[in-house]
Write a protein that binds this ligand. Structure first.
Ligand SMILES: Cc1cc2nc3c(=O)[nH]c(=O)nc-3n(C[C@H](O)[C@H](O)[C@H](O)COP(=O)(O)O)c2cc1C
Length: 191
């Protein structure tokens, strides 16, 4: 699939078929993620592939309610973590991206560059999944500390985000984007 087509046609998928996803497909999306650029090629990302149904349910239970029009409602992706046969949890090793080898920060955003690198990897992953006919939904509305406990993530690393991975049970609705003119400025910010 052409890269531009994949970017435009990928949708967040929140309903999944129970059909199994084979190791080859999982490796394809993980390899795509792993080819993402990263700070100093630090590759601070770590992926936990969860197939175990009980663990997926435990992870689903960490999803937090979200506020929609003044009401707190279930996270729309919660069921997806139980339906899809695979969940991929993206962790990051701390103190690598944005830091020199002596541990000093390189910029004022040193504490955040791991998020940036993780996001690049996740974007590659979801696009690769779409290209091979699999669905994903990037999720951040969950208790990362609880997921870290479930997966026994060590203290030098953190859980950043996660996605179910499986065959889409629906097409996925188009979430409209702002007009480009609203987000692109010329020469000066705001112009
Ligand atoms: C950082 C991040 C966090 C997100 N967290 C959630 C979430 O907790 N639950 C959910 O259902 N979708 C979540 N999403 C998916 C967004 O709602 C979705 O990407 C957006 O509405 C655009 O739709 P699209 O992905 O179909 O283009 C998240 C996406 C990103 C990038």
């Amino acid at each position: 699939m052409d890269i531009l087509e994949a970017i435009k046609n990928r949708r967040s998928i929140r309903h999944y078929k129970a059909d199994a996803v084979d190791d080859e497909a999982i490796n394809t999306v993980l390899e795509a993620a792993h080819w993402a650029p990263s700070w100093g090629n630090a590759q601070c990302w770590r992926f936990v592939v969860v197939r175990d149904p009980e663990t997926r349910v435990a992870i689903a239970d960490t999803l937090t309610k979200v506020k929609v029009d003044n009401d707190w409602v279930e996270n729309a992706a919660a069921a997806a973590f139980k339906q899809a046969p695979v969940v991929i949890v993206l962790c990051a090793e701390l103190g690598r991206a944005g830091f020199r080898s002596d541990g000093t920060p390189v910029t004022d955003k040193a504490d955040y560059w791991f998020m940036f690198d993780a996001a690049l990897a996740m974007e590659n992953l979801v696009l690769a999944a779409h290209a091979i006919g699999l669905g994903t939904v990037i999720v951040a509305g969950f208790d990362a500390k609880k997921v870290a406990q479930i997966l026994e993530v060590p203290d030098d690393s953190t859980v950043v985000t996660m996605t179910p991975l499986g065959f889409p049970g629906h097409k996925g609705q188009v979430s409209p984007r702002k007009d480009l003119s609203e987000v692109i400025y010329r020469d000066k910010y705001g112009k």
